[in-house]
Design a protein around this ligand. Structure first.
Ligand SMILES: NC(=O)c1ccc[n+]([C@@H]2O[C@H](COP(=O)([O-])OP(=O)(O)OC[C@H]3O[C@@H](n4cnc5c(N)ncnc54)[C@H](O)[C@@H]3O)[C@@H](O)[C@H]2O)c1
Length: 374
């Protein structure tokens, strides 16, 4: 077993589990760092692992996660489909390797909690990819909340209005099913932006939501559209809308209004481009940028989206390596990543029952209804 504290002075040994679409982002990210060495890749499709190893000049291509761990890894990057994340993370933790797992951490809360506990018990770090937190625009809004420019958020809006073709869901058997994908637009696309919303707004008190399937019902059983009202323990409120039934895509906007009355909006258009602050309405003045710049193709291919995410994957991978070398927690821990999962699972539950899902007591003092009733 690797001793986690033994890694400060030497090159870190990296293994990549899963050689599909997103693995290139992890390979590119680790390759750009000093003092790390990608020593192996694995895939249940051995030929895919071999092709990846050959293309990237990696010494070992193996068929199973256990064979990968036998290479005495410091870090395993988990790039396998959602329902396999727990198995891979638990195996890595048992072998004493730190784990950087793709989103969603898991498709159910019990699984996410087992993963967090296994890593804690093994004394290894668990990071989960939410690379959009590393956008300078996202960090600017977060800083404006903390330094009082926006102040404590009171209202939020998260709009994730994306385009997907039928082929997106049919290219892999695991996509679009409750059993394997664990959900639709909320689980796979909107989770990134739900994470940003809760990172800006704070702890959630209650979620009320509805899901529906408008465009992709012939080839998926999960939702392609969702809406929700989210109330926070601070008393703040936010709305969420998410869909993959939109064409042309309208991209993503996340708007926050703080207790100072000031607002900022973060946009990603087209999907995969760097987030931009396109509204900064602070101190009596408004500066804006066009949300939909002219001449941009709104329906971007998946490979283009993934390719454009590489700098942000790299920033998060760098942060994860820093947390291992220097101590401290990674920017997005397993516990942090569980928050977004919990919110979207609550939208599913609320849609099923027709009732709001409570997370924590609602702050009565900030509720106008409480004041009217009082
Ligand atoms: N952070 C992001 O922006 C982002 C973007 C795309 C995908 N993802 C996430 O990355 C994960 C993988 O997505 P993808 O698009 O690369 O999928 P993919 O289907 O293209 O690739 C998955 C690969 O894992 C392999 N695999 C499956 N089970 C395995 C196992 N037990 N051990 C080893 N290999 C196994 C498959 O053979 C396949 O090659 C998903 O959880 C997805 O949500 C994240």
């Amino acid at each position: 077993m690797i001793t986690p504290s033994s890694v400060t002075a030497r090159s870190l040994r990296i293994g990549i589990a899963g050689c599909g679409a997103i693995s290139a982002n992890h390979l590119e990210a680790f390759r750009s760092l000093k003092d790390v060495e990608i020593v192996g890749v694995c895939d249940i499709d051995l030929q895919r692992a071999k092709d990846t190893a050959e293309a990237w000049g990696i010494p070992a291509a193996v068929n199973t996660v256990q064979e990968l761990l036998d290479l005495e890894l410091d870090i395993v990057s988990v790039c396998t489909p959602h329902p396999t994340h727990e198995d891979v993370v638990l195996q890595a933790a048992a072998a004493g390797a730190h784990v950087l797992c793709e989103k969603p951490i898991a498709t159910d809360l019990a699984s996410a909690e087992r993963m967090v506990k296994a890593c804690e018990d093994a004394g290894v770090k668990l990071g989960v990819l939410f690379q959009r937190r590393f956008w300078p625009a996202a960090q600017r809004i977060r800083a404006a909340i903390e330094d009082g420019t926006l102040g404590r958020p009171i209202m939020g809006q998260c709009s994730v209005m994306l385009h997907r073709e039928a082929e997106y869901y049919s290219r892999d058997a695991w996509r679009g099913t409750w059993a394997n994908d664990g959900g639709g637009v909320l689980m796979t696309q909107a989770i990134h932006y739900i994470d940003l919303l809760q990172w800006f707004m704070g702890e959630v008190a209650e979620v009320y939501g509805k899901i529906n399937t408008y465009k992709h019902g012939d080839h998926i059983e999960v939702e392609d559209s969702a809406t929700a009202i989210i109330t926070f323990t601070s008393g703040a409120m936010a709305t969420l809308e998410a869909s993959t039934a939109v064409s042309p895509s309208l991209g993503v906007q996340i708007r926050v209004t703080g207790e100072t009355g000031a607002s900022a909006c973060l946009s990603e258009f087209p999907e995969g481009s760097d987030g931009r602050v396109d509204l900064w309405a602070v101190s009596g003045s408004i500066s804006t940028e066009p949300v939909y710049p002219a001449g941009v193709d709104p329906n971007v291919s998946l490979s283009t989206i993934n390719g454009q995410l590489i700098p942000h994957h790299t920033a998060q991978v760098r942060d994860f390596v820093r947390s291992i070398r220097g101590g401290g927690e990674p920017a997005v821990t397993g516990g942090d990543a569980t928050k977004a999962l919990r919110i979207l699972l609550a939208v599913y539950e609320s849609s099923r029952t027709g009732l709001p899902v409570p997370f924590a007591p609602l702050p009565e003092s900030t509720s106008p209804l409480a004041r009217i009733a009082g």
